[in-house]
Write a protein that binds this ligand. Structure first.
Ligand SMILES: [Zn+2]
Length: 297
């Protein structure tokens, strides 16, 4: 069923990162999810950040996430849960050694449906975990979980605690001011603490194949569209260990947008195309996501 939302938008006159007036349109797109209208992706000629323009006004942003049914809140099917769990556990195991060992204090910033926090608790039973998001109530998946606390953003700020590790996965691109978000995360980290960031890669070959239908552009929910360079410059005051290329299934929904059909990335179609997605990205030297690991100086 088509879900339609009405929101107010604002046109941005200059680059929201560096203030430059030298911007150009790199893509004309549309909200294929809730039909709020047309949006451009513009690129700053000076700092090279890509951003959505116009963008939703700050007061109307919550409307886009109201029922927690956006694609960031995957529905729970046993097989999909198993695959998700498998890939997240593999992701933890591949992190530089020591990051998640011992009884670290870990923040899952932008926890979504809570699945990732739950996987953290499973990976290392000694971790103390705080999950946070802008909703007041905790996500259903972590209700009653004794080792995961849930704080809304406002409560988190009142706590004044510092963390050993902060995960910020698929959050930055939704932020109105990603540089402010990074500064906030820096404040929340202990000295030498680790920040692990994942964002979609705007430079994926699939962005060229699907164009405005590419699911990772996700207009107007994604307000920024990062690549290796622009993500790196956002993290310049950290000791950046690595920015690596990663993958997440994106083909199902992209095809769905193109054909006006509700195809899921994690459904049969999306998952069966996933190996092809990874193969072409590899061949082109691109990827669907970027993973940055940085240490607080
Ligand atoms: Zn700029």
């Amino acid at each position: 069923m088509v879900r339609m939302i009405t929101i107010k938008t604002e046109k941005i006159a200059a680059c929201p990162i560096c203030g430059s007036g030298r911007v150009s349109i790199s893509l004309k797109g549309f909200d294929y999810e809730t039909y709020t209208g047309s949006y451009n992706i513009e690129e700053c000629k000076d700092c090279h950040i890509k951003f959505t323009n116009p963008r939703p006004i700050v007061n109307d942003l919550p409307k886009l996430y109201e029922d927690r049914k956006s694609a960031d809140f995957l529905r729970s099917f046993l097989l999909i849960d198993k695959l998700r769990s498998f890939s997240i556990q593999r992701f933890f195991a591949a992190l530089p050694s020591g990051i998640l060992s011992g009884n670290k204090f870990v923040l899952d910033f932008g926890c979504g449906d809570g699945f990732f926090s739950k996987e953290l608790a499973d990976f290392n039973p000694s971790l103390e975990i705080v999950a946070t998001d802008f909703h007041d109530d905790r996500p259903q998946r972590i209700i009653g979980h004794i080792r995961i606390k849930y704080h809304s953003h406002s409560i988190l700020m009142e706590e004044h605690r510092k963390y050993d590790v902060i995960f910020c996965r698929h959050v930055l691109e939704h932020s109105l001011a990603p540089a402010d978000t990074i500064r906030l995360l820096n404040q929340l980290l202990k000295k030498n603490g680790h920040l692990v960031i994942e964002v979609p890669n705007a430079n994926s070959i699939w962005g060229k194949v699907f164009g405005r239908y590419y699911f990772a552009f996700y207009l107007p929910r994604h307000l920024f569209h990062f690549d290796m360079v622009t993500l790196g410059s956002l993290l310049r005051f950290f000791d950046v260990k690595t920015i690596a290329k990663g993958n997440t299934p994106l083909m199902g929904r992209s095809l769905g947008y193109m054909m006006h059909l509700p195809i899921e990335n994690t459904g049969i179609v999306g998952l069966s195309l996933y190996p092809l997605q990874i193969a072409l990205d590899k061949l082109a030297g691109s990827s669907s996501t970027l993973l940055a690991i940085a240490r607080k100086k």
